[in-house]
Design a protein around this ligand. Structure first.
Ligand code: PMP
Length: 408
């Protein structure tokens, strides 16, 4: 079964954490959609930064500051290149997806008026719902929901019908964290542009699995978090088209984002610094670049092929368990299996799996509207990465079976 295109044994050696035990059992890590693990190559970059060239960037003439600035800007260039972004100044370092979305939502405050419409998909993470609700409260704009079907696919005919000149913004995730659905974002972007609406795609779950070409997608904004793609926490990127980033006002004021300050008036720095107030997460940015190097060295096509094989295997094996229901069965999906067993609370299954060393997530996955849609309190979510194995899936299936027998 193992895809020969990926050297799984070599890859697993790169992740020190995979050698540890949890509750006396070898760790089986299936919570990758929440946070992925970090390879030694990225850990080494972090250690090297603090051991050798930790300094504040952009404003120092001394060597350490220049070395840190070069490494940080080099990471921005790696991100630009990875996502095929036209200009490095369109890459804004953020603390993660949530920060990027709030930056855009805040920036649109002066651009919307009462009665304007914002469309948001029914399968969003709370990060891609709440900032828009807050924007609606500030502006009087109306949030409308693009519905989905039982399989967890957006109902595209309804979406097309909802479009009109009143729609100013459309928000959708590229891949759903709760269901694994890969959304037809190209179709969404093209249709939204026809009525003059801007589109923000939340790429938090897509970036670990798909190398998105942002110029080809012609998306207006795209957000990612490094900690879901082998990088550290507290760093991510917001892509914005130049025209939009020039139009939006700064999100935060402070050092780094100014051109000139007097007590009477401040002028803002050029992009990208206009949106990067304060000392940034220098080490995080550099490590984000290293994480992209690591994943690209394996190859995103190989990663996708292997993960897809794991997904098919895990789905068919889990489906053999009596009473197990999978939520999210879209034709286009990846790496996430959300499930329940009839009559058992997901939390109870998660607790038993943890005792057996298996890390899964239980609950609403910051997507309560999806749980309301299926009328369930939550699910057990196993989310896969390229360093997982078929043997680990066998352990998961055996453990779920055991939990079922204990709890029913
Ligand atoms: N959107 C999606 C689809 C996510 O899966 C997540 C993380 N679970 C977020 C947004 C928020 O990402 P972060 O917490 O890194 O800001």
């Amino acid at each position: 079964m193992i895809d020969s295109k990926i050297d799984i044994l070599k890859i697993r050696k790169d992740f020190p954490i995979l050698n540890r035990e949890v509750n006396g059992k070898p760790l089986v890590y299936f919570d990758n959609a929440a946070t992925s693990q970090t390879p030694q190559q990225v850990i080494d970059v972090i250690v090297d930064y603090y051991e050798n060239y930790n300094a504040n960037i952009h404003r120092g003439v001394h060597s350490l500051s220049q070395e840190a600035t070069d490494a940080y800007e080099n990471a921005r260039e790696k991100i630009r290149n990875h996502f095929n972004i036209a200009h490095a100044h369109e890459v804004i370092f953020t603390s993660g997806t949530t920060h990027g979305i709030n930056l855009v939502a805040n920036g649109f405050t002066g651009l919307l008026k009462k009665g304007d419409e914002i469309l948001v998909s029914a399968m969003e993470h709370h990060s891609n719902i709440v900032p828009w609700q807050m924007l609606c409260e500030r502006t009087g704009a109306v949030l409308r929901i693009i519905p989905m079907n039982r399989e967890g696919e957006l109902i595209m005919e309804v979406f097309h019908d909802m479009l009109s000149e009143k729609v100013k913004l459309v928000f959708c995730n590229h891949i759903s964290n709760a269901l694994g659905t890969i959304n037809p974002i190209k179709e969404i972007i093209d249709a939204a542009h026809k009525v003059g609406a801007a589109v923000l795609v939340d790429g938090a779950q897509a970036a670990p699995h798909i190398k998105a070409d942002l110029q080809d997608l012609d998306v207006d904004f795209y957000t990612v978090s490094a900690h879901k793609m082998c990088g550290p926490t507290g760093i991510g990127m917001l892509y914005g088209k130049s025209e939009w980033l020039k139009t939006l006002p700064p999100y935060q004021g402070g050092g780094e984002m100014i051109a000139e300050v007097t007590f009477e008036k401040t002028t803002y720095a050029d992009l990208p610094h206009k949106f990067e107030a304060g000392t940034p997460n220098v080490c995080g940015g550099i490590a984000f670049g290293a994480a992209l190097d690591y994943m690209n060295a394996i190859g995103f096509e190989q990663i996708a092929a292997y993960e897809n094989e794991l997904l098919q295997y895990a789905t068919s094996e889990l489906m053999k368990i009596e009473g197990l229901v999978i939520y999210g069965t879209a034709k286009e999906k990846t790496s996430v299996i959300s499930f329940n067993i009839k009559g058992i609370h997901p939390y109870d299954i998660g607790t038993i799996l943890d005792k057996l060393g298996i890390a899964v997530r239980t609950g609403h996955h910051c997507a309560q509207p999806i749980m309301d849609f299926y009328q369930i309190p939550g699910t057990v979510r196993a989310s896969l990465s390229f360093y997982n194995t078929h043997e680990e899936i066998d352990k998961l299936v055996a453990a779920v079976e055991k939990a079922r027998n204990m709890l029913l």
